[in-house]
Structure formats: C-alpha cells, structure tokens
Design a protein around this ligand. Sequence first.
Ligand code: GLV
Length: 317
Amino acid sequence: MKVVVTFPIPPPAKNLLSQHAELVCWDSEDPIPKGILADWLETADGLLTTLTCSIDEGLLANASRLRVISTVSVGVDHIDVQAAVARGIAVGHTPGVLTGSTADLALALMLGVSRRVAEGDALIRSGAWSEGWKPNFLLGTDLSASTVGLIGMGPIGQAVAARLQGFGSRVIAWNRSQKVVKGVEFVDLDDLLQTSDIVSLHTALTPETAGMITRERLSKMKDGAILINTARGALVDEAALIKELRAHRLRAGLDVFVDEPLPNDSEFRQLTGCVLLPHVGSATARTRQAMFELALKNLIAGLQGAELPAGQVGRFT
Ligand code: GLV
C-alpha cells in the first residue's frame, strides 16, 4: 500500500505510518508542486495532507487507486469533497480536538483588539511611550460590557459562547439551522450585525458561505464594532473590510486571510485598529499532536476500508 504525504511529517507520525504503508513524502516547507502530486497520486492508496494543499477534481481523476484522503485540519474547503465521495474516496478531517484552542484564540483576538494590546506593545517598542500613565491614554472597550454576535454555532461557536459567558458578555448568535444553546439568544443575521459590538465568525467555508460577509453586511455593523475571523478569510469581502478599517469605522482581529501567507503588499499590514495573526487558531503543541493522531487514525482506517473514527466528511452529499 502506498501513502502520499504532502508536507514534512513529524518523525513519530512517520514511523507509525510506515508500519502500515510505503510512504512518499514531500519533505520541503514549500508547497508540493501540483505536477509532482499528480504523478505521485497515480499509484497512491492514501493521501495525508493539510489545508495548504488544494485537492481538486483534476488531481482525483487520475488517482484511480486512492481510497482515503486524510487532512490535518477541521476545514475541508481545500478538497473537492463531492468529487472524492463520487469516486468512493473517504475524506477524513480533525474536528473536536481543536475546538478549545481555536475558541481561545478568538477570545485572544477579541481582547487584543478591544484592549488595544498590539498597539500598546508596538508603542513601547517604538520608544513612543514617553509620558507614563495618562487618564485618556489607549482607551479601549470592555468585553464584559459588549454584545458579542457569533455567526455559526457549531462546536467552536459554542465553545466561544461558553468562554464569553465567563466574561459576562451578552452573547447572541445566528446559525444556518435552528439550535438551542444555554445563555445564547438566536437572532436573524441583520439583527446580529446591527446590535453586536463584536461579530465573530465560526462557520465553515462552503459555496454557500463564501463571501457571506459582504460590503453591505459590513456596513450594517455598528460604528467602532469589531470583526473577528478565526474561520476562513474567504468568508469576508476583504476589500470592503479594508475600506471600513481605513476609515476607522470598524476594527478587526484576523487569523485568516483569502491569500495566505498575507502578501507583502496587503493593505491590512498598514492599518491600525486591527490585530493580524498568521493562521494559528489550532497552533498549540497539545492540539497539533491530537490533530496528527486523529488524522493518522483516519488514514489507517481508510486504508483498511473501515469507518473513519472522526466521521466521514461529505458522506451524504
Ligand atoms: C484550521 O484552519 C483548520 O481547518 O484546521
């Protein structure tokens, strides 16, 4: 059996996997070129990959032996799941194990923007903190006094809500399907945008959600409100968000972008009122270890033709 791995895999995972299959590994930090991946997939039974590697129908069309794709991520927007399922290829991902870490990071961004943490840090480093404590210096907003609107109430949205309840924030939410979550008031999307001091995105990127935070929806947000995105950049009209940030009408905490890494000439880099992070929602040692373990279990089960332990993405699509 042959497994293609599209990224430098940690040695313990490599050792474990090599007990089950012959491995063909891309050992560079640069993305694997598509042509090489296509060649390797022609004779592969399994694929272990991450969200930086796009798996489209063209690649799958020549991967006639492929039985399982296992991605070390909860998001599967980089994989044409429908095309895979149509070819009988199981798709596995790593839900659950990164819920807490991602929710923590959403809170870190909420606090970072509302209490101006990055601005304060930059100010000290630049030598501009010259007058000590002043009554009106770097004033922010209180999370405890904020209404926070969560868009998407899957496990990560719910974990964010639970954390916010500890801060005493009012939590409102919108979800595609009806849900009941203790302490959370469900409202329609327009109400959420118009009444929230902070709007935080926790929905998967799908054809239905792509671009859902349009220019018009951003314009409905309150003056001075904060947009938090730890989900996917492509949920948001970035050009419209940049315009709102440039005008100092909105603030933002962003861990994800349409283009990653963020291009050098991205205007986000010039703007104040936003905190930028390099897609690190699940980046704790414990969580990454758990993601690898689950992804390997998915892969091995798929090679054996068994049910994937984390559930099979898109099985009913
Ligand atoms: C991270 O963005 C993931 O999908 O795991």
